[in-house]
Ligand binder design. Structure first.
Ligand code: URA
Length: 240
């Protein structure tokens, strides 16, 4: 069950304050009854909601793109720290949403948030080969051996072997920027893979998931809904 004002606002067409205005004007009905209370709890699967007599098709699943800032933990709830779910603007908030995979507290960039478990699994499961692209600033340049080691699979100290990954240097600064592509989501994976090659990560940002890049118009902390093309783009990656 969800609050009607929140649920309607989560569909992304009207703000929560506009929804409240519509409710106040008596234009919103649930199963034919005028709604008087913004906090009325409804079942989006069963209840028939109309605005001005027109049925509202409530979307079961939501798909959001966030430009995650550093300093926020990637979890649904945390006793001490602010989470990525806490910073989602009200109009996008739903009870059942969660981040797709994890980014470290100090990692920035593209984070998907959804309430669709099957979608999340398709993206995070290493068997699905959806490559995630990261930009990392590291403390020294890479060479051909580092690139080859990533491609043949980095092995961590505990014996864990990573799947094929891609490494590329993007500039020649003293602390160069590199691009890393991995299809798994092990804890601190990019940092650990680079550490194995003797590199320290000074800054890390995820820039793409599959073929979908972080929207450059999305400022840090902000969120937008994914459209159908965005979702298709995730699964169309030039690598595979
Ligand atoms: N790899 C890391 O080391 N950190 C992240 O946040 C994501 C991938």
């Amino acid at each position: 069950m969800e609050r009607i004002d929140k649920l309607l606002a989560s569909q992304g067409t009207q703000s929560r304050s506009d929804i409240k205005k519509l409710i106040k004007s008596g234009l919103v009905t649930v199963n034919g009854e005028k709604v008087r209370d913004f906090s009325l709890k409804i079942n989006p699967e069963k209840d028939m909601i109309c605005i001005n007599g027109n049925p509202v098709h409530i979307q079961k699943y939501v798909y959001l793109m966030m430009n995650k800032p550093s300093g926020i933990v990637c979890a649904t709830k945390d006793k001490k720290e602010k989470t990525v779910i806490d910073i989602i603007p009200d109009e996008f908030k739903r009870k059942d949403i969660f981040p797709v995979g994890r980014l470290d507290k100090d990692t920035e960039g593209l984070l998907l948030i959804t309430n669709d478990g099957a979608f999340a699994h398709k993206i995070t499961s290493p068997e699905k080969n959806i490559y995630k692209t990261y930009h990392a600033v590291i403390d020294s340049g890479i060479n051909e051996n580092d690139i080859a080691a990533f491609e043949s699979g980095i092995t961590f100290r505990d014996g864990t072997k990573c799947k094929k990954a891609f490494l590329r240097q993007l500039n020649d600064e003293i602390n160069p920027l590199v691009e890393v592509k991995i299809c798994e989501g092990m804890f601190h994976q990019v940092k650990k893979m680079l550490t194995v090659r003797g590199k320290n990560v000074l800054y890390l940002k995820r820039v793409a998931i599959g073929g979908l890049y972080l929207d450059s118009a999305l400022t840090k902390n902000s969120v937008r809904t994914l459209n159908d093309l965005d979702i298709l783009t995730i699964f169309v990656d030039e690598l595979h």
